[in-house]
Design a protein around this ligand. Structure first.
Ligand code: GUN
Ligand code: ZN
Length: 389
């Protein structure tokens, strides 16, 4: 175990900085949450409806995952706040003893429903079940997240889904997100047991991002997220925004870039000083028959895999690929055989892909601790793009 070089605690969270890369902004840390410690940088798989599609909680645990995402909006609709309160929260609902982070819900309504209408009060939308008008306010989102009992709760924010060219609307969204954070802080009932993170907005405008950082930092939440990205912006714009924010953020708080999950983006974002990431992509793509590997994404439905008796990925330590030590020694041929009708392939590829993402971040962490992160990045990209070196 690497020793702590600096640390900071708040009521329900402890952040131990373990190593700083000497040439990039990458850092390795340990984040202790109410349901145990997690090692950063880390990828968090998304269990939208309080279950990771295709995995049991036990299987998710076996991948090494100790922090997964749930969504306030989905849980608030079904099973709903009363059932959540009766059962004692989302950990009990899903039989998960480790940490849970909940997104606040507004982003999902705006991106999924496209029927959402945002005012100062909150996000208005029509129930996808019966079309009745509903309103998600900062207070309601926090009340739901308090009932869910998540270890990390996200503020309700005003997110523009597109890389909107409307600077005035972007500025309104940024300032409204700051005002909504104040309402979230005021509504939060369990600051001793649940951590509320702010979300920095401001689109691709670096000056607006700086202004937002300043406002959010002043509110002193235990962790800080960077939102409004992952919307198809150019990589250079993405990097500029993340770097502009990490330059200003306090060193001893976790930094979470929302909605990011392609392996290339994770590796680069870590170099820019980010610690936490989430995305549905690795698990969703598994259900389309895709395996994420260090040499890129393989579609196992491809006919050539019918007679490929190797593992999904050579050298992978996931339960599907590994032989011995409780591993299943599954072959590509078997996964291919089952992709047609059976769901077993989706389960196996989900296990593999989640393990891949978590392991990528474990390896990044080890490289940062050894102060070899630039070497790690070069090797990562050489594997992915062997002809471009
Ligand atoms: N998921 C991806 N991006 C965002 C964002 O900007 N805000 C919220 N709340 N969730 C997100
Ligand atoms: Zn594997």
């Amino acid at each position: 175990m690497a020793a702590t070089i600096a640390s900071q605690s708040s009521a329900a969270l402890k952040f131990d900085l373990v190593a700083r890369c000497s040439t990039t902004r990458a850092r390795a840390s340990c984040l202790t949450l109410p349901h145990g410690p997690v090692q950063l940088p880390m990828f968090m798989p998304v269990a939208t409806q309080a279950s990771l599609k295709g995995l049991t909680p036990e299987q998710l645990e076996e991948t090494g995952c100790r922090l997964c995402l749930n969504n306030t909006y989905h849980l608030g609709l079904k099973p709903g706040q009363e059932v959540l309160a009766a059962i004692g929260g989302a950990h009990k609902l899903q039989g998960w003893q480790h940490n849970i982070l909940t997104d606040s819900g507004g982003f999902q309504m705006v991106s999924l429903l496209k029927l959402a209408n945002i005012t100062e009060e909150g996000v208005r939308f029509l129930s996808p079940h019966d079309g009745t008008p509903m309103l998600l306010t900062p207070e309601h989102s926090i009340s739901l997240q308090n009932t869910i009992g998540s270890d990390i709760m996200m503020q309700l924010d005003d997110v523009l889904v597109t890389t909107s060219p409307d600077a005035a609307r972007m500025r309104e969204a940024m300032l409204r997100s700051v005002r909504w954070l104040d309402r979230c802080i005021a509504a939060h009932k369990n600051p001793d047991r649940q951590n509320l993170f702010c979300i920095i907005q401001g689109g691709l405008d670096l000056e607006m991002r700086r202004e937002c950082c300043k406002e959010m930092i002043a509110r002193d939440t235990p962790g800080i997220a960077i939102g409004g990205l992952s919307g198809g912006e150019a990589k250079a714009d993405y990097c500029r925004v993340v770097a502009t924010c990490t330059e200003l953020l306090p060193e001893l708080k976790p930094r979470y870039v929302m909605g990011i999950g392609y392996p290339e983006d994770l590796v680069v974002s870590v170099a820019l000083g980010a610690d936490m990431f989430d995305c549905v992509w690795p698990t969703r793509t598994a259900r389309f028959g895709n395996a994420v590997t260090k040499y890129g994404v393989l579609n196992i439905k491809n006919a050539k895999f019918a007679v490929d008796f190797g593992p999904i990925e050579e050298g992978c330590g996931c339960i599907c690929c590994r032989k011995g030590d409780g591993g299943l020694g599954i072959t590509r041929a078997f996964v291919h055989h089952n992709t047609a009708k059976e769901t077993v392939s989706a389960h196996l590829l989900t296990l593999h892909n989640v393990w891949y993402q978590l392991n990528l971040m474990r390896e990044a962490r080890d490289a940062i601790i050894a102060d070899q992160y630039p070497v790690f990045i070069r090797q990562f990209f050489a594997n992915l793009y062997p002809n471009k070196a």
